[in-house]
Design a protein around this ligand. Structure first.
Ligand code: ZN
Length: 237
């Protein structure tokens, strides 16, 4: 198992929902911001359908606030929400165009996104939003680089994406040593306190610590006490 390349400066994390980054990938983000890298977050929805009993009108703003706090806990200050409907994101030209636009705006060398496959492992369905966003992010790298596919975009094409790291549990090809940053990943997930309190009666800190423990275990063939795994896609750059 190889390390994720770290010879880059600008990274963009694109996911469907507030909390998607915090269930593991944030430990890698903390390591990278400690190295002085510029990391920004783009959330396709505001997660407004995520809390039972709380109307989306109130839930969306609450979850945006929690996401901004989570980001700050790992050194990320730029967080953007695209306003797609939570639970009903569709893969297609509209989503690809909007993601191509944000890639052109932020000009990342490294993009991090969520698992786009149908399952997390045998018998564990991945959500429709995660499938749509992950695949559209991969597609949007080429869209951002091409001046003609979405000719209506006014931002100049960006051809500098070198990698997309897809956060997966199975089928990983690369990993990041997060031994030094797991505690900050726990703090980052704890910022989703309203969400976690609605999920379970277990104290927020206990839930967060348990989740991060599960998502940052040692990886076979990778020399680190704690690691986050990715499937790495390589682009021209
Ligand atoms: Zn999600």
């Amino acid at each position: 198992m190889e390390s994720i390349p770290e010879d880059w400066q600008r990274g963009l994390v694109i996911v469907a929902h507030p909390d998607d980054i915090e269930y593991g990938a944030a430990a890698a983000v903390a390591r990278w911001t400690d190295q002085g890298k510029d990391i920004r977050y783009v959330l396709v929805t505001s997660g407004e359908a995520g809390i039972e009993g709380l109307h989306p009108r109130h839930c969306g703003p609450l979850r945006e606030t929690e996401e901004r706090r989570s980001a700050a806990a790992v050194g990320v200050t730029k967080v953007e929400f695209l306003g797609y409907p939570d639970g009903r994101i569709e893969h297609g030209p509209d989503l690809r165009r909007d993601l191509a636009r944000v890639i052109r705006l932020h000009r990342p060398e490294m993009i991090v996104t969520m698992n786009h496959r149908e399952t997390w492992g045998p018998g564990f369905l991945n959500s429709a939003d995660h499938r749509a966003v992950g695949l559209a992010v991969l597609d949007a790298v080429a869209d951002a680089a091409n001046e003609w596919i979405f000719a209506e975009l006014t931002e100049p094409p960006w051809t500098g994406v070198r990698w997309v790291a897809v956060n997966v549990l199975l089928g990983l090809t690369h990993a990041v040593d997060v031994t030094a940053t797991v505690e900050r990943a726990v703090e980052s997930l704890c910022e989703h306190s309203a969400y976690l309190e609605a999920l379970s009666d277990e104290p927020v800190l206990d839930q967060a610590a348990r989740q991060i423990e599960m998502s940052t275990g040692p990886r076979p063939g990778f020399d680190a006490e704690r690691a986050v795994g990715f499937e790495l896609y390589v682009f021209g750059g």
